[in-house]
Design a protein around this ligand. Structure first.
Ligand code: 9PG
Length: 510
């Protein structure tokens, strides 16, 4: 057993005595939506074809796969943690032990009779453990736990959340929120929080000005939800600014910039390009602190902070001495300071390890959607970060060990049958996902659409559980971690081992 517990900076390479043709690799994508996977090392790691997908699903500073166009068989990249698994369940695990200032990027490369593993530390040196083990599952859990401890992970009790996004999207109204909360109260559904998502605001950055269609102001909601017995939650993307927003017009100097000194578009959503705040700018940090303070002052005790990767994008900053990780963390700390210690912060679209200690909960996969797969984006465009039930299950399962970093949020259950293309097996799989991950519980189903069967399914989804563990990483039914002590997932498109396509089967206990 070779264990290195050292501080690392720059690059370092290990040559490992592994048969590349039988080795499997467990990788962790950079942010919430980036793929987590368990694959044969000899496979080609998918690398999104389109720039906007690279920007808003991955780390553009260290993209998945190799830099060769079309990728390269046997080259796999991972962030923070990587595991190489032998057919006997042993292998190698590397995990950084502090990502407050620096980021650990890993690249495994299949060689002839060996595997090379390269570590690239972006930023000042960081503590790191790299170990050979006869039990990769246990080593992954131990090293992720020690990273969580070192960064003072917050793991409060999981909450049960109703969220407006997956049914109402950007057309959500104040009346939709109250209607669902009232129906939920009448049916005694055990939600803790009703969370308003994207759509209430006038523009990206103009969070305190309501959208015309919303039919009120977000600050009017908490008192009414409180009267129904629910806490209030709200979504904001605090590091973003739309090009037509008051924020952008008033403070173009607050934006992350190009080498030419212009505000840098960092992604494309909401029908156009969007920009990022420069979180090394002291005025931006004041603004973020005040924003969080104001929203909490409206009566919201749960904030879903989204598109947070924006603050960690490469670009020209006010303080060029800060690493991307530090810049991100400064922005996050300002939000936490303004929101207060008691406010529950769910992070989304967020760099994972560098959020530990500030996040209460973290989205650990792409968005669930009421459709199993989005093959055109996932297969043709090589991007598994888009919304789909399959993508959400795939990635969240492959990050099971991250419960030591924050409360994982594998995203919503879809219990309804109307407005959904999921079949019964796929709904059961989402239920299984929530059970084995053991983190946050959420639903976006319009309560009025749920019949008796739907309500039973939803109540089951809201039953909090403790995280489960995988039984093996040497085999799987799909390209993810699929075998857990409580049951197995079949992510294939055909029945396998007696489990329906896209299904979940509970373990039978004798
Ligand atoms: C609001 C939504 C919801 C959702 C978040 C986030 O890859 N994409 O194109 C992509 C678009 C939206 C998105 C994630 C990925 O959703 O995860 O829960 O809050 O924003 O706009």
């Amino acid at each position: 057993m070779a264990e290195f517990e050292v501080r690392h900076s720059g690059d370092r390479t290990w040559t490992l005595d592994l048969d590349a043709s039988t080795t499997r690799v467990l990788v962790n994508g950079f942010q919430s939506w980036s793929e987590g996977e368990l694959r044969a090392l000899s496979d080609v790691q998918p690398r999104p074809a389109l720039v906007w997908m690279q920007e808003h699903g991955h780390d553009v500073g260290f993209l998945p796969g190799s830099d060769r166009p079309g990728g390269e068989a046997g080259v796999w990249r991972s962030h923070t943690l990587i595991a190489l698994v032998r057919p006997d369940g042993g292998g190698y695990v590397g995990c950084s032990q502090d990502e407050t200032r620096s980021a650990a990027h890993w690249e495994a490369r299949a060689g002839d009779g060996h595997v090379t593993l390269r570590l690239e530390v972006e930023g000042p040196e960081l503590p790191l453990v790299f170990t050979e083990t006869d039990d990769v599952i246990a080593a992954v859990e131990a090293l992720s736990a020690s990273l969580g401890e070192a960064m003072h992970a917050r793991t409060p009790a999981p909450l049960r959340v109703w969220c407006s996004w997956y049914s109402y999207f950007r057309t959500v109204t104040l009346a939709n929120m109250l209607d669902n909360a009232e129906r939920s109260r009448d049916k005694a559904l055990p939600f803790d929080v009703f969370q308003l998502d994207d759509g209430f605001q006038a523009d990206l950055g103009d969070w305190t000005r309501p959208a015309a269609h919303f039919g009120g102001h977000a600050r009017d909601l908490p008192a009414q939800l409180g009267a129904l017995g629910y806490r209030s939650g709200i979504w904001i993307a605090p590091f973003l600014a739309g090009p037509n927003s008051d924020l952008f017009r008033a403070h173009p100097d607050w934006m992350l910039k190009t080498e030419g000194g212009q505000p840098m578009p960092i992604g494309n959503n909401w029908g156009g390009a969007y920009y990022a705040l420069d979180t090394t700018h002291p005025e931006v940090l004041d603004w973020l602190r005040e924003l969080a303070r104001e929203v909490v002052g409206w009566g919201y005790s749960y904030l879903k902070l989204d598109f947070l990767f924006a603050a960690a994008m490469p670009g020209v900053r006010h303080d060029p001495g800060r690493t991307r990780t530090e810049a991100y963390r400064m922005g996050l700390e300002a939000l936490r300071a303004g929101a207060g210690d008691e406010t529950f912060l769910l992070l989304c679209g967020a760099p994972l390890a560098s959020s530990i200690g500030i996040a209460d909960a973290m989205r650990t996969g792409p968005d669930v959607s009421p459709i199993w797969d989005d093959e055109s984006r996932r297969v043709l465009l090589q991007d598994g970060t888009g919304p789909s039930a399959r993508n959400a299950v795939h990635t969240s399962l492959s990050r099971w060990y991250q419960h030591a970093w924050y409360q994982p949020d594998p995203d919503v259950m879809v219990a309804r049958r109307e407005l959904s293309l999921l079949n019964a097996a796929e709904r059961h799989t989402l239920l299984g996902l929530l059970d084995v991950i053991g983190g946050l519980r959420a639903s976006s189903d319009p309560v009025a659409l749920l019949d008796d069967e739907g309500l039973i399914l939803l109540r089951r989804a809201l039953e909090v559980s403790v995280p489960d563990r995988p039984t093996t990483l040497t085999t799987s039914l799909g390209d993810a971690v699929t075998h857990f002590t409580r049951g197995r997932f079949n992510l294939f498109d055909i029945p396998r081992d007696g489990i329906p396509a896209h299904g979940y089967q509970e373990a039978t206990h004798v």
